[in-house]
Design a protein around this ligand. Structure first.
Ligand SMILES: Nc1ncnc2c1ncn2[C@@H]1O[C@H](COP(=O)(O)OP(=O)(O)OP(=O)(O)O)[C@@H](O)[C@H]1O
Length: 279
């Protein structure tokens, strides 16, 4: 049983407010998505769970326990993170990286035991990377490295999964496979997603962040209204129904171009590019 709660969380970085008074909850076995424009604070919110950054106000709690009262090991036993940074440690094999997921369960002088080995092999099999286990991590493609990070989180065997753009680098087949895999893991999940159709079809509930504030929360079909998508992302969106699954499908089109205003320096990107190529 795992529940994540963020209550009134505010974060400052370098003295600048990045996240302001965020309330967010992920219930046991729920899959919750976090969406919002680039720079809106999604990764920063995830980072508060691991105390990579501490809020200046509010509380982050795992199963009711303030994360500030937990050691890093205790947090890692409850929550695993699949982050965005590329893995570049050339000296490590794929198996070494996935085995790091077992560290929270091992004592300082423990050697990797049969149970750890089984967990690592099982995790590699779940992401179809068993044949890659002896490869140096630096020799893998971006999508393969992403799957290694997911395998590490599976091996970590914590009830809460935090995923920061897990479909980054993945082709459409691999992306759908990965989302389906995470669904079958049946863990409590908070997932940052940029693809709103993935968010709509994969998540039970969504939160929308804008400039560090939670501006909407609820079931995807309610949250991702054409009005909200226009307001938050600046694009037009139409709700369709998938012909076979019956799920919500969002179709996007650009908003009508804004009138360029060179005097204010507020020139849309497309206009800037045209002027650069002399059109
Ligand atoms: N150490 C820092 N000092 C100052 N500002 C920072 C620092 N780290 C991040 N930021 C800023 O915080 C804001 C939120 O960043 P964050 O990575 O949380 O956004 P995000 O919503 O995850 O973005 P993206 O979708 O692009 O990954 C950004 O404007 C970023 O530039």
């Amino acid at each position: 049983m795992t529940r994540l709660q963020l209550a009134g969380v505010s974060v400052e970085l370098g003295g600048v407010p990045i996240v302001t008074e965020c309330d967010l909850e992920v219930g046991d076995n729920e899959r919750v998505g976090l969406v919002g424009p680039n720079g809106s604070g999604k990764s920063t919110l995830l980072r508060t769970v691991f105390r990579a950054v501490d809020p200046v106000a509010g509380r982050v709690a795992l199963d009711g326990d303030d994360v500030r009262s937990l050691s890093q090991r205790q947090i890692a036993r409850r929550a695993a993170l699949v982050h965005q940074e590329p893995v570049t440690d050339f000296d490590f094999t794929v198996e070494d990286i996935v085995a790091l997921g077992r560290a929270p369960w091992q004592g300082p002088f423990d050697r990797t035991g049969p149970a750890d080995h089984d967990a690592v092999m099982n995790a590699l099999a779940r992401v179809n990377l068993l044949d890659y286990r002896s490869r140096q991590i630096g020799t893998l493609s971006g999508g393969e490295k992403q799957r290694v990070l997911v395998a590490r989180a599976i091996a970590q065997d914590s009830p809460l999964l935090l995923l920061d753009e897990p479909t980054n680098h993945l082709d459409i087949h691999a992306a759908l496979d990965l989302l389906e895999l995470v669904r079958t893991l049946e863990r409590t999940t908070l997932c940052v997603l940029h693809d709103l159709n993935f968010a709509a079809s994969y998540c039970d509930r969504l939160y929308v962040l804008k400039a560090g504030r939670v501006v909407a929360g609820g079931p995807p079909a309610d949250v991702l209204s054409p009005e909200l998508v226009r307001d938050i992302f600046g694009v037009e969106c139409t709700h369709l129904t998938h012909p076979t699954t019956g799920q919500l499908l969002l179709a996007f089109s650009p908003t009508p171009p804004r009138t360029p205003d060179p005097a204010s320096g507020n020139v849309p990107l497309g206009e800037k590019m045209k002027s650069r190529v002399g059109q």
